[in-house]
Design a protein around this ligand. Structure first.
Ligand code: ZN
Ligand code: ZN
Length: 330
């Protein structure tokens, strides 16, 4: 019975919004993570489908488009409200975010706000200092305690029924994307056979390989960004700035900057701190798709050694927990 209940949650994750009892929190939900396991095993399919320049190019493009969906949308918009947009664009953003196969926007934001409230403390479910590297990297998302979406952490988002729907049906968009990739390969093969691709090859590269790389690329911020790199600000956690991680994650590697000033839209504070997500967001603001981007406060540049002096540049727009408030000290 438990297995069937668990399988039902593949299709509707919203049934479990209740917190899980402490003693059950860390139990691995094997049935529930079958899709995650299949996604990893499907990568082996490359042995049979081979490769083509077009399939590899699509995989790379899908990695970076959806990395932006995670960093610019799930992280900077839904988790931190680091800029504003219309309700319509918010929905488009949520669809794009859901295509990254990292569960729904409410789940992602609720867990991330929890991370900022408890960074590297015992309650932080993905702290490498509390639970070890692999647990912080991937293990934590397989557990019973990590599955429910804590609606109380996201009152500003939960009021939108379209977001609640996407959050509950978090497998819908990924499945549609996988089908779309397969059909794309079939059509390409029919109209341009010289490209040497096909349905299954495009599915393996454009969906499975790209998505698995995207997942582990994102997970480096939970694991490595609290282990490797330099600390500019004396935050209460062990967050660090890393150029390498910033390249992999389009700007999220400036994680110490981010923990210090979580509500700021950009995470690379200097020109050499490459932050591609911010460049895209800035471009979107120029054409009017988003607005009210939050700059780093002056104190971020003046007193990197004395962060306690950093005061919020402007009052937060919404009532978020203190550690996710714009410019709050993390
Ligand atoms: Zn962190
Ligand atoms: Zn954050």
């Amino acid at each position: 019975m438990r297995v069937f209940k668990s399988m039902a949650l593949w299709f509707d994750s919203g049934v479990t919004t209740e917190p899980v009892p402490k003693e059950e929190f860390w139990i691995i939900e094997w049935t529930r993570i079958v899709p995650l396991i299949i996604m990893h095993l499907a990568v082996i399919g490359v042995i049979w489908v081979g490769w083509s320049p077009v399939a590899v190019s699509v995989a790379v493009a899908m990695y970076f488009i959806r990395m932006f969906a995670i960093t610019g949308i799930y992280h900077r918009y839904f988790s931190h409200r680091a800029f504003k947009t219309s309700r319509f664009m918010q929905f488009v953003f949520a669809l794009l975010g859901a295509s990254a196969v990292q569960r729904g926007p409410l789940w992602w934001a609720a867990h991330h706000r929890h991370h900022h409230r408890h960074s590297d403390e015992e309650e932080d479910v993905h702290s490498p200092h509390q639970h070890g590297f692999w647990w912080s990297h991937i293990g934590w998302i397989t557990t019973r305690g990590a599955f429910p979406t804590d609606y109380k952490a996201i009152p500003d988002l939960v009021k939108f029924k379209e977001l609640r729907f996407l959050d509950r049906a978090d497998l819908l968009i990924p499945v549609l994307l996988a089908i779309g990739m397969f059909l794309f390969g079939v059509v390409l093969n029919a109209i341009w056979p010289a490209l040497g691709t096909g349905g299954f090859q495009m599915l393996v590269w454009g969906f499975f390989i790209s998505t698995v790389c995207l997942l582990h690329g994102t997970c480096t911020i939970n694991s490595l960004a609290h282990l490797i790199g330099r600390r500019r600000y004396e935050t209460t956690d062990d967050s660090r700035n890393s150029f390498l991680l910033a390249l992999i994650t389009m700007g999220e590697g400036w994680h110490n900057n981010h923990h210090m000033y979580p509500g700021v839209t950009r995470q690379g504070f200097y020109w050499w701190e490459i932050d591609v997500t911010y460049y895209i967001l800035k471009s979107m603001s120029i054409v009017g798709l988003i607005w009210d981007l939050r700059p780093p406060p002056k104190a971020a540049f003046e007193s990197a050694e004395a962060p306690a002096a950093a005061a919020p540049a402007e009052p937060p727009a919404i009532d978020l927990p203190s550690r996710v408030q714009p410019n709050a000290v993390a």
